[in-house]
Each structure stands twice: as structure tokens, then as C-alpha cells.
Design a protein around this ligand. Sequence first.
Ligand code: NAI
Length: 290
Amino acid sequence: MSTEKIQRVGIIGAGQMGAGIAEVCARAHVDVLVFEQTRELAAAGRARILRSLDRGVSSGKITEREREQAAWRLRFTSDLGDFADRQLVVEAVVENEEVKTAIFAELDKVVTDPNAVLASNTSSIPIMKIAVATNNPERVVGMHFFNPVPVLPLVELVTTLKTTDTVTKRAEQFAADVLGKQVVRSADRSGFVVNALLVPYLLSAIRMVESGFATKEDVDKAMVLGCAHPMGPLALTDLVGLDTVKSIADSMYEEFKEPLYSAPPLLSRMVEAGLLGKKAGAGFYQYNRA
Ligand code: NAI
């Protein structure tokens, strides 16, 4: 049984989260292969990571040399077939069950290590739904990172009824010992710990704005100044991405049928309008495109 130290990681998707996870892995001296659908998206993903590494240098968190070395450890591909030798793969594509299951079905055929960790960074889709798309569901776990990944220390580790202890330990050791993250365990329930608590709060804030209870600025100001939150719920919804918040709400509603988890119409309309938040340049607020 091969349970050698994880040195070769694959990341699927170089959006907000995939780029962040790739960056922390490269900074932790691990060889990182990133999948993106097209060369253009791969170039955008690489640029996103390099900008973040630059910010790390300007803020004194990493040296110029560490930035250079991290950049050398990052390679990009548009062929999942290149992932055969990976010991850990973290999937971070759009929060959509069909897209994720199709990727896991293909990945499972490609990755050769029987004890490889095939992890999803899903925020809310039960991991078992993804695992059963593979022929080896015992290799599948949830490794849920937080945004921005280089800054927030938490990883939620989600195991299913089928995940082996070997795979679970490998995932936990990598997150804790290699990446230096703090790990909490969650049962395989939609939303896991953090989003099961956070998302109803974000949806309630959107309903407040929608009903004219208070302005978005006042809702955010109230939670920052009254509860010492680092940002208010509308600004946080913009940071997460409105499409992602809606998809999380939809998954949690499907699982629990709890009215508090149902997406308010304002959120749905904004997603349809392409007002996806910071990553799109506009959401509840306007942004310079990152
Ligand atoms: P994003 O919108 O920044 O990136 C989405 C990624 O999915 C891109 O790499 C895009 O190329 C890829 N993608 C889109 N459609 C695809 C398809 N049909 N096939 C293959 N790839 C496709 O989204 P973000 O924020 O990076 O979220 C990604 C995952 O991480 C989601 O599962 C989300 O729930 C989860 N997550 C998001 C957090 C957040 O704060 N945004 C926090 C923790 C987890």
C-alpha cells in the first residue's frame, strides 16, 4: 500500500478557490499541477496566483525568493489525463453537482495510487453524491478551504460512509502538517459546519435589504460595528460570489427543506443578471476587477 508523503498535488479549477489552494500548496514546497478548461482560463488563473504571491511579498509574508520558487512549482494543463501520478487532487470547480461528478468519474479512472486522496472543495454538496460517481468511493473526501485561502487557517474535513481511515489520515496530515491549516471534522451533511451556520445568516441579510428593512450599507455597518465582524454580510456575499451562495443555499434547501435556506428572489435575480460579486466586478457593491 502506498501511503508515501504527499509531494504531488493536482488542483482542478483556477478560480478564486482553486488559485488560492494551488498557491498555498506551492508555497508549502509541493509540486502543483492545475487543470483549467482552456489556455485562456489557465493564463488568468496563473495571473491570479502571481498577483497574490506579489501581495505576499509586499506585505512581508513571503520573500522574493519564496515567490519565485512557488511560481516554479506551478504547472497548468487542460488534460485531466496528466493527473495520473497525483497523490492528492483537490477539485475546486463551480458549485454544480453534475460538473463535479463528471470530473470525479474521469479523475478516478486516471489517478493510479489506490490511496490517493480525491478531495472536493465543495461548500455544500454532500460528498457521498460525488463519491458514488467513482469506482473507488473510499478515496473521496471533502476538503473545504476558506476564502482567501492564503489567509484563512481553516479546513473542514468531510468523510463519507465509505472513506477509508488511510485516506482520511492522509488528507488530515496534508492539511495540518504540510499546509499548516487547522482542521475540523464535519459529518457529510450539506453545508458542513460553517456554511450550515453562515448561509442562513447571509440569506437573512439579503431578505432584509430586499424588504426595505435597512439599506445594504447599514446592514453591513451594523454587523461590523455591532458584532465586530470583519465585514458585513452583503460584502461577504460579494466576496464568496453570489452564484456560489445561491448554489450552496439550493443544496442545503434540497437536503433539509428548511425555509431559512431558500434563496431569496433578489439573490436569484442578481445571479441571472451576472452580478456575481467581487470576482465579476459588481454585486451588492462595485469593485475594480481583480
Ligand atoms: P469561481 O467562479 O471563482 O471559479 C469556478 C471554477 O470552475 C473556474 O476555475 C472555472 O473555470 C471552473 N468551471 C466552471 N464551469 C466548469 C465546467 N463546466 N467544467 C469544468 N470547470 C468549470 O468559483 P470559486 O469561488 O473558486 O468556487 C469553486 C468551488 O469552491 C465551489 O465548489 C465553491 O462552492 C467552493 N468554495 C467557494 C468559496 C468561496 O468563498 N467562493 C469558499 C469555499 C469553497
